[in-house]
Write a protein that binds this ligand. Structure first.
Ligand code: NAD
Ligand code: ZN
Length: 372
């Protein structure tokens, strides 16, 4: 088992990574609980796979555990679904010392974290992330929240978990496409500030995706170390540091908005395409070499991510338009006062935040990407 500490004054916690941890969740958390009582929140896909094992692990550690199950998918982050969850939790008569346990992907994690931040004005919570995306990204860092018709994650709280337990074995049941989407966020950490890790990804990404356990653990560990380092230095995104985690996300968000945040394009897939576009734009602006941009696109395509826009959407192929994508970018919550914010790069592992991208260059890049 690997331990990655997240250092935050007064609210530090560990991320535990390794095989067969789900059956030890109770034992590993017991010392952190304020009372012998947890409520596990999970979704209907994950519940039959791992719910009983997690509940049993708490019982074996002398902790009473009950479960609340929500439907799988982004719709569980809607306002109404959040209200239903809060009432279902209150039905179980929790007290301020009850701990919530989020068992699932980023949806369950974001939702449960926000529920924990608001239930009885705040109870502790623990993350048991079961998707690669959740293990390397959403379960770490304390961003929690729900969606509204105005956009995703516009209501929420910075609320840190007490512990994150990432069992690498649970990824065996994750659909390949979800695994690949999570891998885009893994590779992102190399592109941000760790060229050696990017090289490792180029050499080992296929093995990570094929199920090599040791390489999977290493990829998750390096990702968590990178995210922990950034979050410890800039918990609330008050400087540009945490914003670097948004590499590929301005483009990606526009692609997701255009595809209706639906099944045609998963978040991680959008980020993969977005990172390729961010490097292409950096090259077009003379900031990084064309070779580096080509290298990024080559690796992401090689592992199977849909980096060409014409490959997105299966049977629902669409006509992309640069002007529409730019409109989506302006609507992004990260666009401050309508100013587009991009994470660009001077090379692999040399990302930086830019707020003064020339729109003609952006338009040209989008036109070329759409035509490719
Ligand atoms: N808080 C943050 O910092 C942060 C960062 C990135 C993304 N997010 C959020 O995360 C969400 C996306 O998370 P996600 O990609 O994990 O999606 P998800 O939670 O919807 O999970 C994807 C699918 O996989 C299923 N699943 C989960 N674990 C499984 C397993 N082990 N085996 C089989 N099936 C399994 C789920 O039921 C779901 O159908 C979005 O809402 C996004 O906004 C948050
Ligand atoms: Zn992301």
């Amino acid at each position: 088992m690997i331990t990655v500490p997240v250092g935050l004054a007064g609210r530090s916690y560990d991320i535990l990574i390794g095989p067969a941890l789900i059956d030890r969740a109770g034992e590993l958390s017991a010392g952190l609980l304020s009372s012998r009582r947890v409520i596990v929140v999970t979704d209907q896909t994950v519940a039959p796979l791992y719910g009983a094992r997690v509940v049993a692990s708490f019982k074996n550690a002398g902790v009473a555990a009950t479960t609340v199950t929500v439907p799988p998918g982004e719709s569980s982050k809607e306002f109404a679904a959040f209200g239903q969850l809060m009432n279902a939790l209150l039905d179980q008569r929790p007290d301020r010392k009850t701990t919530l346990v989020a068992l699932g992907g980023g949806v369950v994690g974001d939702l449960t974290g926000f529920a924990a931040a608001s239930l009885l004005r705040g109870v502790d919570f623990i993350q048991l992330p079961t998707t690669l995306l959740a293990q390397v990204d959403s379960s770490v860092g304390g961003k929690t929240g729900i969606n509204t018709r105005h956009g995703k994650n516009l209501i929420g709280a910075f609320y840190q978990p007490r512990l994150v337990v990432a069992d690498t074995d649970v990824l065996d049941t994750l659909p390949k496409r979800e695994l690949l989407a999570g891998y885009a966020e893994v590779a992102k950490y190399g592109l941000i500030d760790d060229p050696a890790f990017w090289e490792w990804c180029e050499a080992n990404g296929a093995a990570v995706l094929a199920g090599d356990a040791a390489k999977r653990s290493y990829a998750i560990e390096q990702s968590c170390r990178a995210k922990a380092r950034i979050v410890a230095a800039d918990e609330r995104e008050t400087t540009d540091l945490r914003a670097l985690l948004n590499l590929g996300h301005t483009f990606g968000h526009a692609l997701e908005a255009e595809t209706g945040f639906g099944p045609d394009l998963l978040h991680g897939e959008a980020v993969g395409a977005g990172m390729a576009m961010a490097f292409d734009l950096s090259a077009a602006l003379g900031l990084c070499s064309a070779q580096d941009a080509a290298r990024v696109r080559r690796h992401l395509a090689a592992v199977g991510l849909p980096v060409r826009l014409r490959s997105i959407g299966g049977d629902n192929r669409r006509t992309w338009q640069a002007s529409r994508l730019i409109e989506h970018m302006r609507g992004d919550k990260k666009a401050e006062a309508g100013k587009l914010t991009f994470v660009l790069a001077r090379g692999i592992g040399q990302a930086f935040v830019s707020r003064d991208v020339d729109e003609t260059a952006l338009h040209g890049l989008l036109d070329r990407t759409i035509a490719a």
